[in-house]
Ligand binder design. Structure first.
Ligand code: FA5
Length: 338
């Protein structure tokens, strides 16, 4: 009975102080076990009974002492554990951050562009990266031996297919497939055998835009370009529009963006202070004919936006080579931090 009482008390005693209370309760000067001897009338006990009582009392004391020591050891180790942990945790150390993966900056700008053009009623089309020579060149008025082919020196496949040099390669396919009226953009990857520098890559992104309907004019083209630039940059940006030659537009223009790194004075990114960004123009009648559209009745505009260069200007990336570098330190700058 006394043993059970002692064990129950020890089970409830978690601290050294409360164990000491249990010790006093059982083994102290007036403790339950100490009192057992004092309160017993030995006069009626035989010699044998006295000996037995004395033995049992001793065993009880030893049992109680052992149990109390065990409880003290246990409480000490628990307390040591707590202080060890509290020494390991330093709330002043800055927490570790987790970096999430993110979209590639070109994908970010592409999605934004798609949203802007969808808002103006344009469809977003996928288009092949491997093209026929016809679509990439002939169908847009660049016949064999035309000097314009030299401007887009490229990678040929053995079966006379070509890694497309520009998204314009999808113009005639789109006209043939959808007819008129048509309003679409087709963003995608292009390839050129190119000497690489801060603004030229051999693998880069463009987005073609094409709108063909009755009475489409240069005014429509300029209106769309203005909306595009104000939505992408959300502030006034300086541009210049100058005549440009492309066999698949007439008239043709070059829309250049004032370099945001040097403010137009010239730097290693832009060269002369301007970034060639969006060549454009009215679709050449021959291209409409190739697409099965009557050029007497319909007109349209097309543009070939340099998507990679737009991402450079938008995110402040001075060298185009970062995009395909595979350097995680570059990509991490676009990742949200948790
Ligand atoms: C063309 O590719 C024409 N197809 C654009 C066009 C479409 C004109 C429709 C008229 C009507 P260009 O070669 O200039 O044009 O390329 C267009 C844009 O793509 C350039 O202004 C530039 O922003 C980007 N670009 C061209 N070559 C590279 C390159 N090597 N690296 C990065 N961006 C490039």
């Amino acid at each position: 009975m006394t043993k059970q009482l002692l064990l129950a008390d020890l089970a409830n005693a978690a601290t050294l102080e409360s164990i000491e209370q249990v010790r006093i309760k059982f083994l102290g000067r007036k403790g339950i076990i100490t009192n057992l001897a004092k309160e017993t009338d030995f006069s009626k006990f035989s010699q044998e009974e006295k000996k037995n009582f004395g033995q049992q009392l001793n065993e009880l004391k030893i049992f109680a002492t052992e149990q109390i020591e065990k409880a003290i050891e246990h409480a000490k180790s628990e307390n040591i554990g707590v202080s060890k942990i509290s020494r390991l945790i330093d709330p002043a150390i800055p927490g570790s951050t987790r970096v999430l993966g993110s979209l590639h900056p070109i994908t970010m700008i592409q999605l934004e562009l798609e949203q802007i053009f969808e808002g103006m009623g344009f469809a977003v089309l996928d288009s092949p990266e491997v093209e026929t020579e016809f679509n990439n060149f002939e169908a847009i008025n660049i016949p064999k031996d035309h000097p314009a082919r030299d401007m887009q020196d490229t990678f040929w496949l053995k079966n006379n297919l070509v890694l497309r040099t520009h998204t314009s390669a999808n113009q005639v396919r789109t006209l043939r497939r959808f007819g008129v009226p048509v309003r679409a953009i087709f963003p995608g990857r292009c390839f050129r055998y190119e000497s690489i520098d801060p603004s030229h890559e051999n693998t880069f992104y463009q987005s073609e835009g094409l709108m063909v309907d009755e009475n489409v004019s240069v005014a429509n083209l300029i209106g769309v370009m203005k909306t595009l630039l104000s939505e992408v940059f959300r502030r006034d940006v300086k541009v210049r529009l100058r005549p440009g030659f492309f066999p698949f537009v007439e008239p043709g223009f070059e829309l250049d963006l004032n370099c945001m790194f040097c403010g137009g004075v010239g730097c290693s990114t832009c060269g002369d202070g301007w970034i060639e960004l969006i060549p454009c123009g009215l679709v050449h009648p021959r291209v409409l004919e190739f697409g099965g559209i009557d050029p007497e009745k319909y007109s349209g505009f097309a543009f070939g936006l340099g998507l990679t260069r737009l991402a450079m200007m938008r995110f402040g990336i001075r060298d185009i080579r970062h995009f395909n570098s595979g350097d995680v330190r570059f990509y991490e700058q676009f990742a949200p931090v948790l």
